[in-house]
Design a protein around this ligand. Structure first.
Ligand SMILES: [Zn+2]
Length: 220
């Protein structure tokens, strides 16, 4: 396992990246796992950290190639707020085909222009570098597994089956500038968003999603 401080947040906090190969370009069709896009959803950060803890116990050669970012929005996380230090919802800031400057509530502020935020810029660059075959990012809201990509995507079915959470293809409202829109509709990389129940015991996230994540990360 290789650790690097690969980017800095707006407030110069470290953004850590863990990978199965220390040369990013050598990762072979990796899985990209991301926690903490929304700073007030700590369940996702714990899930990413517990995934990392588990992966550290497993011989690297038993795992599919992966890259893992425990917390992409450390400034928001430190303040327990959804948005980053500039008040931007990172999950509305990606330069997707449908990015829009409009927003209904300040917590969805998409930024002054698409891709304006340093955290989003870093992620765009990483995705271009490692070309992940799949991105899974961890949220909390109402329990479900949202897939933006092919119907019945195997990994999404696994996460849904193990957690018992419904598999949906649409979260029920438009999300212009989200990672799902950018990843799938602009780059054709399937995106899975796990939504755990919010404000619960943090260890529940691993109980809900741990087995599915293990299944996806372990080589067959
Ligand atoms: Zn979220």
């Amino acid at each position: 396992m290789h650790k690097q401080v690969w980017a800095k947040s707006g407030k110069s906090r470290d953004i850590e990246l863990y990978t199965s190969n220390n040369t990013l370009e050598k990762l072979h069709h990796p899985l990209l796992l991301i926690g903490g896009m929304h700073g007030d959803e700590p369940e996702g950060v714990y899930l990413a950290e517990l995934t990392l803890e588990w992966a550290l116990q497993v011989p690297l050669k038993a795992l599919n190639d992966f890259a893992l970012i425990p917390c992409i929005n450390p400034d928001g996380f430190a303040q327990n707020q959804r948005v980053n230090a500039n008040g931007v919802d990172l999950n509305r800031n990606f330069p997707s085909h449908n990015w829009s400057p409009e927003f209904k509530e300040s917590r969805y502020y998409p930024g002054p222009y698409a891709g304006s935020e340093i955290e989003v810029q870093a992620l765009i660059k990483l995705i271009a570098n490692i070309r992940p075959r799949l991105i899974i990012y961890f949220h909390s809201w109402k329990p479900c597994v949202v897939v933006t990509g092919p119907k019945n995507l195997e990994e999404a079915v696994i996460l849904s089956n193990y957690s018992g959470f419904e598999l949906v293809h649409d979260i029920g409202y438009a999300t212009p500038g989200s990672l799902g829109e950018y990843g799938w509709h602009d780059l054709q990389i399937p995106i899975i968003c796990t939504e755990d129940s919010e404000h619960r015991d943090r260890n529940l996230s691993w109980q809900h999603f741990g087995e599915g994540i293990k299944k996806i990360l372990l080589k067959q």
